[in-house]
Design a protein. Structure first.
Length: 357
């Protein structure tokens, strides 16, 4: 039997429904990925407010369920708010824009390997799939600003789109270095190429690309200090200033889902994914179970660690000027990645090239 659903349908109906059972089984696997991500987004908002509160000597949310139920209160508030559509707005595009923002953030998880066997689609061109989807998200931002028929939203969408595109180029070049080192576009192969312990992870030999990728990820998700698309003192809330209720909630969900995605990709590409930093833990057994061996535990721990830096940066740095942000992307990150890729291509043709494999 190809999957459990097929066996159940054969038992219930006495015949095979291969296509239907495959579709249902795939849908169930998608839900198993999407539902936990949505819950992670909800509690990431709570964690962000608590962490920044601690760093700034404040308490943070502590009322609704002692703070633990605050994300659910925020969701219910947004669900029951009225969706106000501005006069003169293009309604169809106004509603499509949030979906274009959240769609790529969720669809990218189809090729993310959670452990050596747990992946929805283990495609050979997974890296290209990620790059393609990350390019689609900018259309949601552009449509949101244009369809709102608001000058503030339009200015915000142009600034955000220019920023996303510029840093996306740097992120793409950083991933080219990973591709060259692993000699594969498959994300599982990239993780397996980092076997051997902490010293084999790509953040060491590809350190400049690692730094560029992470900072570009912060910029591409419009997170502080790169959130000039939402510069409250200048253009109110940027491209989604005219959105309310559920439509605003979807943009909010997309931002935090993209944060988790960038943290996961950083872990997979540069921090060994599901691999343990110390191979000796693969033999450590507690009550007959190897809790600290290679697996999802280590990937989750690395994602948690990277996300903490997202929050730490927000609590520590002032917002940059827009011209400084664009200068950093075009005049520093892109040249640095190009030079390092050329250096990597040359060094890999020498005996020292083994250090990058």
């Amino acid at each position: 039997m190809s999957n459990p659903i097929e066996g159940i349908m054969m038992w219930a109906f006495g015949s095979e429904f291969a296509t239907l059972s495959y579709a249902i089984w795939t849908l169930l696997k998608i839900l198993v990925i999407v539902v936990p991500i949505t819950l992670c987004v909800a509690f990431l908002t709570l964690w962000e407010r608590k962490v920044i509160g601690w760093m700034q000597v404040r308490i943070g949310p502590n009322r609704v369920g002692f703070g633990w139920l605050q994300p659910f209160a925020d969701v219910l508030k947004l669900l029951f708010k009225e969706i106000v559509v501005p006069k003169g707005a293009t309604k169809s595009l106004f509603y499509i824009a949030p979906l274009l923002s959240i769609g790529p953030a969720l669809a990218a998880w189809a090729v993310i390997p959670f452990d050596p066997t747990l992946v929805l689609a283990n495609v050979n061109a997974g890296l290209l799939y990620i790059l393609a989807l990350s390019s689609v998200g900018v259309y949601g931002v552009i449509l949101a600003g244009w369809a709102s028929n608001s000058k503030y939203a339009f200015i915000g969408c142009l600034r955000s789109a220019a920023q996303i595109v510029s840093y996306e180029i740097a992120m793409g070049f950083a991933l080219v270095g990973v591709l060259m080192a692993a000699n594969s576009l498959n994300l599982s192969d990239i993780v397996n190429a980092q076997k051997g312990g902490l010293h084999q992870w790509y953040f060491i030999p590809l350190f400049p690309l690692f730094i560029v990728y992470f900072i570009s990820g912060v910029a591409e998700t419009n997170r502080h200090p790169f959130d000039v698309a939402e510069g409250e003192s200048e253009i109110v809330a940027g491209f989604h200033v005219e959105y309310s209720g559920v439509t605003f909630a979807i943009f909010f969900l997309a931002e935090y889902a993209n944060m988790i995605l960038i943290a996961t990709l950083t872990s997979v590409m540069f921090l060994g994914g599901w691999l343990s930093p110390f191979p000796i833990t693969n033999e450590l057994s507690i009550f007959g179970h190897k809790f600290f061996g290679d697996g999802f535990f280590w990937l989750a721990a690395k994602v948690f660690f990277v996300l903490f830096f997202f929050l730490w940066i927000r609590a520590s740095f002032p917002r940059y000027r827009y011209d400084q942000i664009m200068r950093l992307g075009w005049k520093i990150f892109i040249p640095v990645t190009l030079v390092f890729i050329v250096f990597l291509a040359i060094i890999m043709q020498t005996p020292w090239g083994a250090a990058f494999h």
